[in-house]
Design a protein around this ligand. Structure first.
Ligand SMILES: N[C@@H](CCC(=O)N[C@@H](CS)C(=O)NCC(=O)O)C(=O)O
Length: 196
């Protein structure tokens, strides 16, 4: 039995794990679920969140960062998280995940019923995303040199999630990031997993 990845159609965290699996050539069977009604997931992941992975040997892993690390550890292809520059890669990976988290929180706030949503909270999250993208813009040269490394994959997924759920307007303010993303996002692993 291959690894089974419980995922959803638009989760940036799930997408990140799928891209890593594809890039490393790890056979993964993806099962798309509605996480909000997926009671069967509770014994596997008490947080009832996606992505959740059931490995070939029946071990269960979450969250997305752990799944990416695990794929990298079993891969005989190449290392997404090299020991060289490890902490720079980890820090930039965390920054990209922060953009995904802020984008998800913003989305959850935006779809709340009128009267329940907080404009202050939405503005705070938008400012956070803007600050993070400004930093990633400064770091575009490092992303260009990274190749298919964990921080680059996470940044690409975070930027496309920003496009998908918030705005494409960051492109004029972050031209180097935009120039880096254009060819990177044409990779089959990203094309195949893009949310519609
Ligand atoms: N820290 C987790 C976050 C995962 C997460 O927030 N997943 C969302 C979907 S994008 C989810 O499962 N939401 C359902 C819920 O929290 O009830 C990870 O990196 O995997």
């Amino acid at each position: 039995m291959p690894h089974v990845l419980y995922n959803g159609p638009t989760s940036p965290f799930g997408r990140m794990t799928r891209v890593v699996g594809l890039e490393l050539g790890i056979p993964v069977e993806e099962r798309q679920i509605d996480v909000y009604t997926a009671e069967f997931l509770d014994p596997l992941n008490p947080l009832r969140q996606i992505p959740t992975l059931e490995t070939e040997s029946g071990e269960v892993l979450y969250d997305s960062r752990v799944i990416c690390r695990w794929f990298d550890s079993i891969s005989d292809h190449r290392k997404m998280i090299p020991t060289e520059q490890q902490w720079e890669v980890e820090r930039r990976w965390a920054l990209a995940i922060g953009v995904m988290e802020a984008g998800l929180l913003r989305r959850m706030e935006v779809v709340r019923p009128e009267g329940e949503k907080s404009a202050t909270q939405i503005a705070k999250l938008e400012v956070r995303i803007g600050r993070a993208l400004d930093r990633l813009e400064q770091e575009a040269p490092a992303l260009r040199d990274a190749g298919v490394r964990m921080d680059a994959v996470a940044t690409a997924v975070a930027l496309e999630y920003t496009d998908f759920r918030f705005t494409r307007d960051w492109r004029s303010r972050c031209p180097s990031l935009d120039a880096w993303l254009a060819p990177f996002s044409a990779r089959p692993s990203l094309v195949q997993t893009r949310p519609h």
